[in-house]
Design a protein around this ligand. Structure first.
Ligand code: ATP
Ligand code: MG
Length: 391
């Protein structure tokens, strides 16, 4: 058993000793079978939330209404979810109610794809009622039960399916594919934040090109904000260097470069992204085509934005100047205004003037003079320079 599972064994043992069933489930079991890294593990149990809370000393009600209790065990936090079925799905997303049950098999039945519906017991044996291992051998993603019904219950599953194609380099099984084609419009009912999570995971995947191609092929683009009518851009994007996209800001910057929305900020706001990310991407977009940088421009733009812009060139052309730009930035006498050995207050004292727009302008000129080596970054030289410039 892998270390990450072994560490959690006492959690399962405690549940079993109290007379309940407990298993590893979900993505962690799928990934261990595939030999992929397992980031976090999910535990499912026949114990009801209140029962789980009696077994462990330190617990947190993370998602108790869905049956999830977090427990602290040997310095780690584990999420334990009670076996459950989901009631009716009136609005094509999330069930109206969940019902806690004692049957593992019924719990596995509510899961989206066969590869995600496998449980692993303490003995390391798999409980795999829907042939998930067989499908994984065939590298195929197949809905549990009737795909059409499953996507009707929760339309996000379609987006997850496409994301898994990219992540795992698998294919959609034929009936699953057909049901997605038929039900794609139900994506309109899904919160954009949840779609964004899947889109970002798709962009990080090994088979990102396949994932993007599928989004177009299944005609899902009209249900992604700002992707309507952008099939040609999405097709062009498939030929970019997308092989190691990791960071969310970079991913959204790349998407903006590809889709060229009329208004960058509105596009990103439609996806309900964090304000900082929106600001960072919008800032980089302003100079996205810049390839030649003076020292002062590097300083003024800031290394994070320069890095984003350089990555934008890399994804489109395969060429990056990052090493060089970074080295130049680090060699500058100052990396930020805070490094300047004189403050705005100093300047006002030396000049006997009160603050105003002139001050901001002067400080910018001062930065430039230091960066270009006209003066050294020490109070005496700066004072002399200021007096000279003001007179
Ligand atoms: P990842 O590796 O990205 O975390 P995951 O499969 O573990 O992928 P999670 O969102 O962590 O995805 O969900 C854990 C498990 O819960 C899934 O493996 C699946 O069994 C089940 N699940 C998650 N979302 C859904 C859904 N929308 N419909 C049905 N089952 C789901
Ligand atoms: Mg997971």
């Amino acid at each position: 058993m892998k270390e990450i599972f072994r560490k959690a064994v006492p959690v399962l043992e405690k549940l079993e000793q109290a007379g309940f069933e407990a298993y590893f489930v979900g993505g962690s079991v799928r990934d261990v079978i595939l030999g992929r890294d397992v980031a976090d593990i999910d535990i499912a149990t026949s114990a009801f939330p209140e029962e789980v809370k009696q077994i462990f000393t330190r617990t947190f009600d993370t998602g108790i209404e869905h049956g999830t209790v977090s427990v602290l065990e040997a310095g780690e936090i584990y999420e334990i979810t009670t076996f459950r079925t989901e009631g009716t799905y009136a609005d094509f997303r999330r069930p109206d109610e969940v019902t806690f049950i004692r049957s593992l098999e019924k719990d596995l039945e509510r899961r989206d794809f066969t590869m995600n519906a496998i449980a692993m017991g303490l003995d390391g044996r798999f409980i795999d009622p829907f042939g998930g291992q067989e499908d994984m051998k065939k590298k195929q993603i197949r809905a549990v039960g009737k795909p059409w019904e499953r996507f009707h219950e929760d339309a996000l599953r379609m987006m997850r399916g496409v994301r898994f194609v990219s992540q795992l380099q698998f294919q959609l099984e034929a009936d699953t594919y057909a049901a997605m084609q038929q039900n794609r419009a139900l994506l309109a009912n899904i919160a954009v934040e949840r779609i964004a999570v899947e889109l970002v995971k798709l962009m990080k995947g090994q088979a990102v090109k396949e994932g993007l191609k599928l989004l177009a092929e299944l005609d899902m683009l009209p249900f992604l904000p700002g992707f309507q009518e952008k099939a040609p851009a999405v097709e062009a994007l498939q030929n970019w260097h997308l092989e190691d996209l990791q960071e969310e800001t970079v991913i959204w910057f790349v998407l903006v470069l590809a889709l060229e929305p009329e208004n960058v900020t509105s596009f990103l706001r439609a996806w309900k992204l964090p304000n900082k990310l929106i600001r960072d991407v919008a800032k980089a977009m302003k100079k996205a085509e810049k390839t030649v940088w003076s020292d002062y421009e590097l300083f003024e733009t800031g290394i994070e934005t320069v890095r984003l812009i350089d990555y934008g060139h890399y994804v489109r052309t395969g060429k990056s100047q990052w090493k060089d730009l970074q080295a130049r930035f680090l060699a500058l006498p100052i990396q930020s205004r805070n490094d300047v050995q004189a403050s705005g207050n100093d300047v006002m004292t030396w000049t006997n003037k009160t603050g105003g727009p002139w001050l901001k302008e002067l400080l910018a000129r001062l930065d430039q003079a230091i960066i270009e080596g006209d003066i050294a970054n020490n109070p005496e030289e700066i004072k002399g320079w200021v007096k000279h410039v003001i007179n």
